[in-house]
Design a binder for this molecule. Structure first.
Ligand code: ADE
Length: 246
């Protein structure tokens, strides 16, 4: 899979994709990540990429020409076919694990990082095919949002993680939060690892993990229980904990 990131601040990405899972995915050819400087496609003398808004209103707006030129220069004729070109903006649909899974099916994704007060509306209307927000808060620009998306999508690509089943067990993968994790030592400063984890009973361990996951989700994110896939046993367990949902 290939990501093309369009930004006015390419240096912000230095290092981010050069460590750990993403670095390994790049090295093995699973994912290709190219960063494109929008300013290099601003062809006036001063390489202008922003301007004041028509009819006033304060702030600066990113001009359409350099963004279109940058994206068209990179995609070339491929832009005539169906492409996924995402504008990062707080006005977009909210990024979730389900959206990450959807994007992980694509062969190629373009990410346009907005800055300043906004981006000329013609970029939204005639270049972007999707708009995504990573949450209900305002960042200084779309760069960090692009990093979040590249990270969450790359780790879902088959082969990116050592354990091929790992993404299925993550928090949010099944619509629930994960329960607690422990490693050695069995006792640290007097705090013991739950006995069940040392018991060697796979069935009991699986049941405990499921229950901890349900208990944690009820305590921290009860909203997730409305859409999670729950068995009859899950429901009974939650009801015993005081859950009043269906
Ligand atoms: N740009 C500024 N804020 C953003 C957000 N929350 N998500 C995506 N892009 C943004």
């Amino acid at each position: 899979m290939r990501f093309d990131i369009f930004t006015l601040f390419p240096n912000l990405f230095a290092g981010t994709f050069d460590e750990s899972i993403i670095q390994r995915a790049r090295a093995s050819g699973l994912v290709e990540i190219e960063i494109h400087d929008i300013r290099a496609s601003a062809h006036d003398k001063h390489h202008t990429t922003d301007d004041t808004p028509y009819a006033g209103g304060g702030g600066m707006v990113m001009k359409p020409e350099p963004i279109f030129a940058s994206v068209e220069g990179v995609y070339g004729d491929a832009l005539r076919g169906a492409q996924t070109i995402i504008l990062l903006t707080p006005q977009g649909r909210t990024f979730t694990q389900a959206v990450a899974r959807e994007l992980a099916q694509q062969p190629r994704i373009g990410l346009i990082c907005g800055r300043y007060e906004g981006v000329d509306e013609r970029v939204r209307e005639h270049l972007a095919t999707d708009e995504i927000s990573i949450g209900d808060y305002v960042l200084s620009g779309g760069e960090i949002a692009a990093m979040v998306i590249v990270d969450a999508v790359t780790r879902l690509l088959p082969g990116a993680l050592g354990d091929p089943l790992a993404p299925d067990k993550d928090s949010h993968a099944e619509g629930l939060l994960e329960g607690p994790h422990y490693t050695r030592p069995a006792e640290f400063r007097g705090w013991r690892v739950p006995d069940v984890l040392l018991s060697g009973h796979h069935g009991e361990v699986a049941r405990w993990r499921r229950q901890e996951s349900l208990r944690r989700t009820l305590a921290r994110r009860p909203d997730l229980l409305r859409t999670a896939a729950l068995s009859e046993e899950d429901r009974r367990y939650l009801q015993d904990l005081g859950w009043t949902g269906a």
